[in-house]
Write a protein of this length. Structure first.
Length: 202
């Protein structure tokens, strides 16, 4: 097999996996390290993060930071301000990716994008997690109602003004569900906090 054939085969393997592979995955799938790094050095692969490569021939990622975090922190859930931005419930531009992790998990080590880690447990950890496909990758992100409830839970750290903005934006949605919001508020133990603001809007 010629070097050209080897590269074409490696590109085909990448395409079978939405154009993105970790180094370990590429090696397990039969791409030799020499081929992988040769493709990188030739500009055929873009390095998204340490040990994470994507075919350079593909269109740019629409949500590169969220995709990278989903692949590098598979146990994490995109949450809070990052989830608000994804759901168009804030004008805030996240300076880091907010990630929820279960209490007791190991803090991820990722140089880029910068992470802001929040620890959750019990129902607050596993309830209200949606699966969204971004650039062919499944990304776990808190749902709009759960995200708003989480914002009130972390209002002292993230700002009550941002939480209120999110509540108002969610209230304007056709998909607004007061029962769902209050269920998550109870789970997050902020029902008494959020109810007066909600009553003022309803």
């Amino acid at each position: 097999m010629t070097s050209s054939d080897v590269i074409q085969e490696a590109r085909a393997i990448f395409r079978e996996h939405h154009g993105i592979l970790r180094t370990s995955e590429a090696l397990e799938l039969g791409i030799h390290a020499h081929t992988l790094y040769g493709m990188r050095d030739a500009g055929m692969l873009d390095r998204l993060a340490r040990g994470l490569y994507r075919l350079a021939e593909l269109p740019p990622l629409t949500n590169p930071d969220l995709v990278v975090v989903a692949l590098k922190v598979p146990d994490g859930v995109i949450c809070l301000v990052s989830a608000l931005a994804f759901h168009d419930l804030t004008a805030e531009i996240p300076r880091a990716v907010d990630v929820a992790l279960e209490k007791g998990s190991r803090r991820p080590r990722l140089k880029h994008p910068p992470l802001r880690v929040f620890w959750f447990s019990g129902p607050a950890w596993h309830e209200g997690v949606g699966m969204y496909e971004l650039d062919g990758i499944t990304v776990r992100i808190t749902t709009p109602a759960k995200t708003v409830a989480d914002m009130f839970k972390f209002r002292r750290r993230l700002g009550l003004d941002v939480a209120l903005e999110a509540l108002k934006a969610y209230r304007r949605r056709d998909s607004f569900d007061v029962d769902e919001l209050l269920r998550y508020a109870r789970i997050c133990r902020v029902e008494e906090v959020i109810t007066p603001y909600l009553e003022a809007l309803v």
